[in-house]
Design a protein around this ligand. Structure first.
Ligand code: B12
Ligand code: SF4
Length: 489
């Protein structure tokens, strides 16, 4: 079988795992990569995106490959681009099957299958399902017997989650590196799957519904297996930094100690991880810093304990403050994630949070608007409250409302404008002197700040990257430079 994946903008670990399994089973794998300049959640400028649009060429390239199966890994924000691409391909090659997998089809399979250009969807983890599907197609059968797969005429439940993550081959990085060599310097991987927490806005809340009977939702690779992958990658690709995409890296100090000892001895490159207020302790942070941790991201989301409880986050304000103090004390640069638009969260809570951030000065503040992604508990709650009308919900499930266009529980237009100005002060706070932030917060002067996403998130993101604060930002910047000089190719 020749399987061709289609993806855009970023490296995708899910595809890399599927590719490794397919190649191990003897199949051929290709990737059509669209850099999606000016067209993702980081930088969304429609006029520039349409000028840079290379979909027609890429469809030609895909047709020329003559693949047997086309595979898309889909998130909600990109679903519309992906359906459009699949449609353009099907017009040329109607007989080649198209499968969609990833978080979006997993949580909204019926919406995805409404599109005639999509033949099948994969629910949940796809390694075994893809290999089995290719074996079935190779022997002239269809997908009807393959667990995890759904079509318009059949529905198969997902097989249990992988428990032994060490048994999965290492992700196939060459697939992306050949198309986009700027991914090479920052090696991305995951040492675990799943998260012990159940925040209602997160995909973990939806995946727990897809896998309600799983005893071990959180699974970890052995430290030895993670270090073996990194050591092999260091030999093959000579990366300069490592990005752990694990939902939460901290919380098990003995594992962290074992990891840090091995990492210092065998890998010795700067790395980035994620943490949670309830699992952030100075002892563990010190181990991480000594092993080379140069950046930690922590989700604070809100300082309003009641709004936090509604999104199933049960840490206290004291835990948050102590986690932030520990991060400050550890001297590891840290980023905070904050959410605007949560039910019960008012402007005064954001101002209170900004006052705290102004004291502790994170290296970067990511301000997200709450998004009601399919099958999340936060969407169910909003529907029950009557805050999510069916039309909006259907548009989200069809990927027509981007994550930057949701305001969550903020329905009043004036309040939405204030929320957009808040985004500016969140993004720029780390670069502004403390007294300036205080002055902007006093008398709500920040309401006069620009609301454009470019001036807030994007310019500050570029500045943070140029100042050397962000390996992820560096990759994005390199992506733009690399493809702009090649005019989008
Ligand atoms: C790394 C990451 C990023 C990276 C890279 C994203 C990328 N690769 O494109 C960055 C930081 C750039 C990013 C950005 C964003 N992200 Co993000 N990200 C993640 C994260 C933490 C890990 C993804 C990952 O590598 N998983 C590991 C692999 C192994 O799992 P997987 O991708 O699910 O793949 C498995 C299965 O799904 C399946 N599968 C996947 N694809 C396919 C395809 C086929 C054909 C088959 C058969 C099976 C299959 O098999 C795979 C192997 O088992 C996830 C959360 C998570 N833990 O998954 C969020 C997540 C994907 N991100 C999310 C969001 C919202 C965003 C942003 C919109 C945030 C923002 N507002 O800016 C942006 C834009 C993303 C976009 N345009 O799609 C949401 C998506 C929710 C949704 N319904 O779409 C997630 C789920 C987190 C959440 N909030 O719940 N993200
Ligand atoms: S802690 Fe983070 S990854 Fe875990 S459930 Fe909450 S938001 Fe999701």
């Amino acid at each position: 079988m020749h399987v061709a994946f289609v993806y855009g903008a970023y490296e995708n670990l899910g595809i890399e795992y599927l590719s490794a399994c397919l190649k191990r089973a003897g199949h051929r794998v290709s990737l059509i990569f669209n850099p999606l300049l000016f067209r993702d959640a980081t930088l969304d400028l429609p006029w520039a995106a349409s000028w840079m649009n290379r979909d027609a060429w890429l469809v030609d390239e895909l047709v020329g490959l003559e693949p047997d199966l086309i595979a898309f890994s889909s998130t909600t924000d990109w679903f519309q681009w992906q359906v459009g691409f699949a449609r353009a391909f099907k017009q040329r090659r109607p007989g080649t099957p198209v499968i969609f997998g990833g978080i979006h089809p997993t949580t909204a399979p019926e919406h995805v299958l409404r599109h005639p250009e999509i033949d099948w969807v994969c629910i949940g983890e796809g390694e075994e399902a893809m290999v089995e599907l290719c074996a079935e197609l190779d022997s002239g059968r269809g997908p009807e017997r393959v667990a995890n797969l759904q079509g318009r005429t059949f529905t198969n439940p997902p097989r249990p989650l992988f428990q032994d993550l060490d048994a999965i081959p290492f992700p196939d990085k060459t697939l992306f590196y050949e198309k986009a060599p700027y991914f090479k310097p920052v090696y991305t991987l995951m040492a675990s799957r799943g998260c012990p927490f159940k925040c209602s806005f997160c995909n973990n809340s939806s995946l727990r519904k897809v896998y309600p009977n799983e005893k071990h939702f959180v699974r970890r690779r052995s430290v030895a297996n993670v270090l073996d992958e990194l050591e092999q990658a260091l030999r093959d690709f000579r990366f300069s930094a490592v990005l752990f995409e694990d939902d939460i890296f901290t919380g098990d100090i003995e594992r962290t100690r074992e990891f840090c000892e091995g990492y210092r001895a065998r890998i010795h490159r700067p790395f980035v991880v994620e943490t949670h207020p309830a699992t952030t302790r100075i002892e563990e942070l010190e181990l991480l810093r000594e092993a080379g941790c140069v950046q930690i991201e922590i989700g604070i989301q809100t300082l309003n304990a009641e709004a936090r409880r509604r999104i199933a986050r049960y840490e206290t304000n004291e835990q948050i403050e102590s986690a932030l103090k520990a991060l400050h004390q550890s001297r590891i640069p840290f980023f905070c994630d904050h959410i605007v638009g949560l039910e019960g969260d008012g402007l005064e809570h954001h101002v209170q949070a900004l006052q705290l951030y102004n004291e502790i000065r994170p290296g970067r503040l990511n301000c997200f608007f709450i998004a009601y992604y399919p099958m999340t508990q936060v969407a169910d709650d909003a529907r029950t409250r009557g805050d999510l009308d069916p039309e909006l919900e259907a548009s989200i499930a069809d990927g027509r409302v981007g994550s930057n266009e949701n305001f969550g529980s903020i329905v009043d237009r004036q309040e939405q404008r204030t929320a957009e100005s808040l985004r500016f002060i969140f993004a720029w706070l780390p670069f502004l002197p403390r007294p300036v932030v205080r002055w902007l917060l006093a008398k709500r002067r920040f309401e006069r700040l620009p609301r454009s996403i470019f001036l807030s998130k994007i310019l500050s993101g570029i500045l943070a990257t140029v100042l050397g604060r962000e390996p992820r930002g560096r990759t994005i910047l390199m992506r733009y430079l690399y493809h702009l000089v090649r005019l989008g190719r």
